[in-house]
Each structure stands twice: as C-alpha cells, then as structure tokens.
Design a protein around this ligand. Structure first.
Ligand SMILES: [Zn+2]
Length: 479
C-alpha cells in the first residue's frame, strides 16, 4: 500500500505552463487511442498487457501520429491500461454482489468467482450478461496529465533554497523546469496534473516512512459509527473529529451562495449573448465565471476534511486492535448522480474519505478492520434489540426504557454485529429485519432459544409469523 503526496508549482511561468499543457493534450490523444482500442472485453478484459500494446504500436507505427517522446507515450499507455483495469475491477464488484444474490452453493460460487478473477466470464451466460450490465464501455476524459517515470526527471535545490523539478518537454533533450512550493523532493513515478495555471505533482510514498505509522495501535475491540456532525462515534461513547459538521455546513452554505451568484451571472451572460452583445458575454465568462479560484477553494476544503477524518481514525486506532465498522464503500452511491443537492454530495464524498481513512490507518498501524452488516443498527435498541424511536440525536426505546445518544447506540450495535452468528456481512436487509424480529419475539414469549441456524432463519423468512408483524418495522426500514 502506498500513500499519495501532492506538491504544487509556485509562480510557474505561463509559457512553460502552455508547453506542458500542449504535451498533456497530445498525451490525452494517446489515452483516447488506448481506451478506444483496448477498453473493452477484447482488450484489457481479455488480459492484454501494456507491453504487448507497446510492441504492437512500435510495429504498426501508431505512436508516430502523436508527436511525443517515446518514453512519454509508453508511460501514458501503461497508465491508461491501468485506468481501464481499474474500471474493470470496479465493474467486477457489482458482479460479485450479483453472484452473492444468485446462489448459496459454495462450489458454484467458487467457480463463478474464479471465472471472474481470471477474465473467463465470456462462456458463462450469467456472468457475461452481468459483466455487460456492469461494465459500461468508457472513454478517455483525461487531457491534462503527464506521467513521468522515476528515472526521467530530476529535482534540484537552487541557492534561494527553492526546489526545481525538471521533466522532459516536447523538444528532444530539453527539460522543462518547474518551481515547486515545497522543499521535499518528490520520488518515484510522477503524475503531473495541469489545472488553472498550476501544476500539481502527485507521487507515492511508502507509508512505513511516515511518522504516524510508527505509532502502535491499541489492544481493544471498538465499534464505530460514521456521522455527519462528528466523523466517528465509538462504542465507548467517545466522539472523534467533532469539527467535521461545522466544516461541511460552512462549505455547503458557501457553495449554495456561490452557485446562486454564478447562476445569476450566467443568465446575464446568456441574455447578453442572445442580444448579440458577445463582448459582454465573454467578459462575464472570462472574469466572473472562472474556475481557478473555485477549484483552489474546493481543494483546500477537501484537505481540511481529510485531516479531520484521518485524525479521528487515528484517535480510534490509539485504543483499538480491532475496529468494527460498516462497509462504507458498499453503500456508497458510486457514480449515481446526486444532482444539485450540495449536502448529499458532500456527505457521500465524506463517506468515501472515512472508508479510505479506516482502511489506510488500520493497515499502517497494524489494527484489524472488520466490516459488518449495519442494517438497522441505527434504529434497534442496543439493550433489547427492538426498534426505538428517534428524536433529535437521541434514541428512546419504548420497550426497555433506555434513552441514549443515537450514534453511540449505533456504534454499540455495530460492535455486537461482529460476533453475530446469524447476521453476516451480506445478509439482505429484509432478512436482518426478520432475524431481529424473531429474537425480540422470543424475549416477549419467553421461549428458549431452540435453533438459530441459517436454515431455520431462511424458513422463517419464507413463512413469516403474521401476528408478529404488528410491530411497526416498516416505519423506518431505511437506516
Ligand atoms: Zn430497549
């Protein structure tokens, strides 16, 4: 596992920026060609390697049309193939879930998972249909990046202690030097992203060299619930990352206000253009509807949220050897359009950051991350298992009378799910409901626990006890 670091250019000469942009544009055509020719089942999907593509291009002369150096296009081919590979891997996540839903037969599942892993799905009608559903043919959208191999650049510190990065340009043997706003030289393969007159240099470092990785983890098992006001609430009742809510709220308010103003300006520009006053329309677009400042503010906000979330996770790992959490990547909406709703977009993105932080920090500091099924954990009472009533941030249990902080209650439920014999990670939502219901029924009628094997649960799910359905489960079936 690696951690990405970003260095930014400082006061980069516009001429150099233009030259780099031209190089990135040409490399974007290389990417486009790769996606076009190999971005499908017959290309990367059939196990094609970037070395094979390079050899093929060298033989048929494809590379000659791009006007970039050999090393630049070769690195770009490798990068684009990796992008397609990631695209394919993301599609397989959806197909794996479909396999989970389709069969419970271990042998059949094993066969299908293996076929998926080795890209042999084409002969299986079910898998091939699923792959076609989940793997939408993509196209290249990257026209502002340059990938530079580790041995193709150098970093020099000048007399003013300024760091300069020299990378190959479009002219042979001529380097383009970029002043950086840091004194730490980047290492390994670089990805230069050009945006708004500034170059962001992305590179990866070994997390073992980071100071925070040396901190030992704790020795307990802790459940955590992801929140909005605070990044995490743990099963001890402690809150972590308490500034998150304020950060998100202020960003959301700022974005709403800014989007409102921009919409107004855009309509003025459109009206002017419709009237024939193109000069005015252009002036507004160029001066008032730019993206440089907007993008920089957005990246500053993202950095602040990441710091808050990562710090919160470190606090939990300080006391935990095992962290039990909901799989936040699983419920993540993916590319589903979240529309113009700023809050939902921010919340969805923050969830992804939390998932990343939990995985990343756990790996680095040696704690174990256990994912559990979180269905109904925010509604069920942690003491008696019945659904409680939520008011504000408190959960009242009408059965046993417990009143507790809703997120703490959820964190305790999540912790308990780790040892739950009946509710597995992929147990469907409605079955979880049935299992919880069966348990509380037993409590009420004081029957001994006879059998809680999955077979019994399945049978009960098929023939639910109608009299028990009077409990208002439907009121909050979404958690
Ligand atoms: Zn209760």
């Amino acid at each position: 596992m690696k951690v990405t670091r970003i260095a930014y250019s400082a006061r980069l000469n516009p001429g150099k920026y233009a030259a780099l942009s031209e190089q990135a544009r040409r490399l974007g055509r290389v990417r486009g060609e790769v996606w076009q020719r190999y971005g499908s089942i017959n290309g990367v999907g059939a196990g094609l390697r970037d070395r094979q593509v390079r050899n093929q291009w060298l033989t048929d002369g494809t590379h000659l049309q791009f006007g970039v150096s050999a090393n630049a296009w070769k690195e770009t081919v490798r990068d684009a193939m990796a992008d397609i590979g990631a695209n394919l891997a993301a599609a397989k996540v959806g197909v794996r879930r479909a396999i989970d839903r389709r069969t419970n037969d271990p042998a059949e599942r094993k066969r299908m998972f293996a076929a998926l892993r080795t890209n042999q799905w084409a002969d299986d009608p079910f898998l091939s249909r699923q792959m076609r559903t989940h793997w939408k043919r993509g196209r290249n959208r990257t026209h502002d990046q340059i990938v530079v191999r580790a041995d193709k650049y150098n970093a020099v510190v000048d007399r003013g202690r300024r760091l300069w990065l020299a990378i190959p340009g479009l002219e042979p043997r001529k380097m383009v030097t970029i002043p950086l706003s840091t004194t730490v030289a980047p290492t390994g393969t670089l990805r230069l992203i050009l945006r708004g007159g500034r170059v962001a240099v992305h590179y990866q470092i070994d997390p073992a060299t980071m100071r925070s990785s040396q901190r030992p983890c704790g020795d307990r098992t802790i459940g955590v619930d992801k929140g909005y006001t605070e990044a995490l609430t743990d099963s001890d009742g402690a809150l972590h990352g308490c500034a998150l809510g304020a950060l998100l709220t202020s960003e959301s308010d700022r974005l709403k206000e800014r989007n409102r103003r921009r919409a107004k300006l855009r309509s003025i520009a459109n009206t002017a253009a419709a009237r024939g006053d193109h000069a005015k329309a252009h002036r507004i677009t160029a001066n008032n509807l730019g993206t440089v400042k907007r993008d920089r503010q957005a990246s500053r906000h993202r950095a602040a949220v990441r710091t808050e979330v990562f710090t919160a996770v470190h606090r939990v790992v300080d006391k935990a050897a095992t962290i039990v959490a909901e799989d936040l990547t699983r419920t993540f909406a993916g590319r589903k359009a979240l529309g113009r709703n700023v809050n939902r977009r921010l919340a969805a993105w923050t969830k992804g950051v939390t998932a990343e932080a939990l995985k990343n920090v756990s790996e680095r500091r040696g704690s174990v991350l256990v994912h559990v099924n979180a269905a109904y954990t925010s509604q069920a009472c942690h003491r008696c298992g019945r659904l409680g009533r939520r008011s504000g941030d408190r959960l009242h249990c009408t059965s046993c009378g417990v009143v507790c902080q809703a997120d703490v209650n959820a964190a305790i439920n999540i912790l308990q799910r780790a040892g739950d014999p009946d509710i597995a990670l992929h147990t469907p939502h409605h079955k979880v409901k049935q299992i919880l219901q069966d348990r509380t029924d037993r409590h009420r009628t004081r029957l001994p626990v006879q059998d809680s094997s999955p077979a019994t649960v399945g049978r009960r799910a098929n023939y639910p006890n109608r009299s028990a359905m009077s409990i208002d489960w439907e009121a909050g079936s979404r958690q």
